[in-house]
Each structure stands twice: as C-alpha cells, then as structure tokens.
Design a protein around this ligand. Sequence first.
Ligand SMILES: NC(=O)c1ccc[n+]([C@@H]2O[C@H](COP(=O)([O-])OP(=O)(O)OC[C@H]3O[C@@H](n4cnc5c(N)ncnc54)[C@H](OP(=O)(O)O)[C@@H]3O)[C@@H](O)[C@H]2O)c1
Length: 259
Amino acid sequence: MDLELGGKVVLVTGGSDGLGAALARRLVREGAKVALCARGPERLEATAASLRAEGGDVLTIQADVSKAWEVEHFVDAAHARFGRVDALVNNAGSAAGRPFHSVTDAEWEADLQLKLFAAVRASRQAMPFLRDAGGGSIVNVLAISAKTPGAHSTPSSVSRAAGLALTKALSKELGPHGIRVNAVLVGIIESGQWVRRAQEVGKPVESFQTEMARHAGIPLGRVGRADEFADLVAFLLSPRGGYISGAAINVDGGLSASV
Ligand SMILES: NC(=O)c1ccc[n+]([C@@H]2O[C@H](COP(=O)([O-])OP(=O)(O)OC[C@H]3O[C@@H](n4cnc5c(N)ncnc54)[C@H](OP(=O)(O)O)[C@@H]3O)[C@@H](O)[C@H]2O)c1
C-alpha cells in the first residue's frame, strides 16, 4: 500500500532511539522528510546519519521537550528548514511509575512537563503550519496505562490519561481545519529503554523481554517490535488514515484490559 507520504514533512520528538527512531526510519523509507529532536546529541546524530545513509532528508535539533522554549524552537526550526509541516508525533517520554507516597511534587511536575506540556506546546506551535499545509495529522504516543492505570503507575498514568483528553479535545477543535489527532497506546515494545533495563539487571535483552512478556501476560506471548509500532503510526499520519481522528489505538499484543 502506498502511504502517500512522499515529500511530507513529519516532526518526531524523541526520535533518536527506540520507537521514535523506528518510526523515523519507516517514514524515510516512505519518502517523507523528518525532523527529530532529543536531548543527547551523539545518539541523535548517529540515528540521523543512518537515516541519511538510506537517502533520508533529516533535520536534527537538540532539545529537551520538557522546556517550553526548546520544544517550540524545534517546531519552528523544522518549519524554517522544510518550509512546511504536515505531521507531528509527540513521542518523547520515559517510563516512570512508583509507589504514590514516594513521588514528590517535583517529580509530578517533571512528568507532566515531559509527557503533557511538551505535547501541548508542540501541537500549539505546529497548528498554524499544519493549517497552512491544508491539514495534517498529530499522533500522541501514550501508554495503555492511560486507560487502565495500575498500582504504582503514578505519575506516568495520570500524565497519559491527560494525553488522552488532549487528543480527543484537539480532534474536535482542529478537525474543521483538516487536522486529525489520534493517540497510540503502547503496551510493551522493544526499544532503547528495555535494552538499558536488561543491561542494568545483567540479562541478555531477548530473555529479559521473553520474561517480561510472560510476567505481564501478553496474550500474543511476546513483546512488540518497534517496526510494528512504526507501521501503525505511519498509517495514522498518512492520507490512508484520512478518516481516523479522535481515536486511541492499543498497540500491545492484546495486553490492555480495555478496548
Ligand atoms: N517501549 C515501550 O514499551 C513503551 C511503553 C509505554 C509507553 N512508551 C512510550 O513511548 C515513547 C517512546 O518510548 P521508547 O520506548 O522508544 O523510549 P526510549 O527507547 O527510551 O527512547 C526515548 C526517546 O525520547 C528521547 N527523550 C527522552 N526524554 C526526552 C526529552 N525530555 N526531550 C527530548 N527527547 C527526549 C530520547 O533521547 P534522549 O534521552 O537523548 O533525550 C529517545 O530518543 C515514550 O513516550 C514512552 O513513554 C513506550
């Protein structure tokens, strides 16, 4: 299926590793131009270099999306470089869940800045550009805990639930401008964060992931592959997903208790 993404400009926050990097690769292979941001310059440049080696037109901006000026600058710089913005993926994030009593105000604040306010600011900054492009698409990368928060899941599950409300509210408000807004609810998918976790406990990443899938009770019996995530998001960003807006789609091998 031709996703008709050739020449489109897509912004991906947290695009240097894991799911964001897999998505960037998928988009480049579809002929899209991509702008990526992350905090660490080395990994960002290494990812961009490998995408350019595949012929990708890639802009990198070092930015911490939890800082207002930096995420807004990322959006503006992408528009300045490519002259248009067709899509935005609010992907940057990290896993953070702890016993409620041990989460400080500062940690609540940091989680909301990273997972909610970054998406608010990037979407607001990109809105006029998406409108000028004749419409576009925003995908918010969330987690299944947005709908099914478990014990020890704050502050992340609360920030993710706010992301769901943001997705629905924006889909209503921006739909008349031809801008679709959707969310993807991730279960457990292979990415840099799991590789680092496996290293921390001294286990090979494959057996670590197999154990995780068994422990979590994933119906499909395995963790997801980053390219499976990338396929879904690329479709949602593309004109092929042109009638999907205000939706939240689980990509979790059946793990979530909620549809
Ligand atoms: N993989 C899963 O199983 C899973 C499950 C549920 C939800 N998710 C969500 O999916 C998204 C992608 O996760 P992932 O698994 O691909 O994580 P990952 O492998 O750790 O990659 C995260 C990416 O985001 C960047 N990043 C982190 N904090 C940032 C910040 N403050 N500003 C800018 N960039 C930042 C990282 O680069 P730097 O560190 O250099 O900034 C990196 O490029 C996250 O929102 C995560 O919470 C993933």
